[in-house]
Write a new protein. Structure first.
Length: 310
């Protein structure tokens, strides 16, 4: 396929449910004391399935009544094929069951069942048609950046890996490529790039510094967001108490005469003032993505449209 694989990207949703009456995965993940251990088990199982996590990323984990729904991003077609093979053969399921038992210190393994889906539908009945599955996953482009919660879990897991590396808490029988290849060691994190990993994010296959929102960003946003400033504000209010109702409606009324520019400017100003150092470009870009404002996100990041099609 030549160099075209360099730009290959796809996404899928993995639905995971415990079939044990005594275990509810969403409850385990929702428990702050067990969340990291559940996340660790998934990371290790995914690493087992591909040999590494260099071409696979967890974007977000959703909780339903019975399922954990893991949104996956594949940046490498070869790793996607390995994942599909592991999923088809049941190796991924077995690996996850084993890692959940160990991470959660369970007395025995509990069974899980999985479903792999894209917008095209459930892929489970089509797993033998690998090329078709690859095509479906490739068409399902990631619709978001990595969730902030996942970023924090990744950082916590790296710290945990650093603490365990000296004592080798993980037994040789369950060691996998994941701890060594998917999680940078304490001394190697800075060598991956000129910026710390937690200070970068990926948008449309490119890596950007997760800097604070600048005055130039502020003005461009106010100029270009137009009527959708309210929707963006509501996307931001989920993680920003200062934007919660009725602030956005109050801004709309207070600056009605001044127009859309001033309304948008004042909304983002409130976000920046209240969040301080946490008012980052990643959070703003994620809110823009949530509302389909990709071109504005590209403008803030300095991306020309033809650059993402390379």
């Amino acid at each position: 396929m030549g160099d075209s694989t360099d730009a290959w990207v796809g996404s899928a949703y993995l639905f995971v449910q415990s079939t044990s009456e005594n275990v509810l995965l969403p409850s385990l993940y929702g428990n702050p004391e067990q969340k990291l251990q559940v996340f660790k088990a998934f990371k290790l199982a995914f690493a087992d399935s591909t040999g590494s996590l260099s071409g696979m990323d967890i974007l977000k984990i959703y909780c339903s009544d019975l399922h954990l729904i893991v949104q996956l991003k594949f940046c490498n077609q070869g790793n996607c094929r390995k994942f599909l093979q592991s999923y088809r053969e049941g190796a991924l399921r077995d690996s996850l069951q084993r890692h959940l038992k160990i991470s959660l210190a369970m007395p025995s393994m509990f069974p899980v069942q999985m479903e792999l889906k894209t917008c095209a539908g459930n892929l489970d009945s089509e797993l033998q048609e690998e090329e078709h599955c690859i095509e479906c996953i490739s068409r399902e482009k990631p619709n978001r950046l990595r969730d902030e919660e996942i970023t924090k879990l990744e950082e916590s897991l790296r710290n945990l890996s650093c603490q365990e590396s000296g004592s080798r808490i993980v037994s040789p029988a369950i060691q996998s490529p994941s701890l060594d290849s998917s999680l940078p060691s304490c001394g190697s994190v800075k060598s991956l790039s000129s910026l710390p990993q937690e200070d970068t994010f990926v948008f449309q296959g490119q890596q950007f510094a997760n800097r604070k929102i600048t005055q130039d960003d502020h003005q461009k946003f106010a100029k270009l967001v137009s009527k959708k400033w309210k929707q963006v504000g509501r996307s931001l209010q989920g993680s920003c108490r200062a934007l919660r109702d009725p602030f956005i409606d109050n801004i709309a009324m207070e600056y009605e005469r001044e127009g859309l520019y001033e309304q948008a400017y004042q909304m983002l100003r409130r976000f920046i003032d209240s969040e301080g150092k946490k008012a980052t470009i990643q959070r703003l870009v994620a809110a823009l993505e949530d509302n389909g404002l990709i071109s504005l996100a590209e403008e803030l990041l300095g991306i020309h449209p033809n650059e993402t099609a390379v």
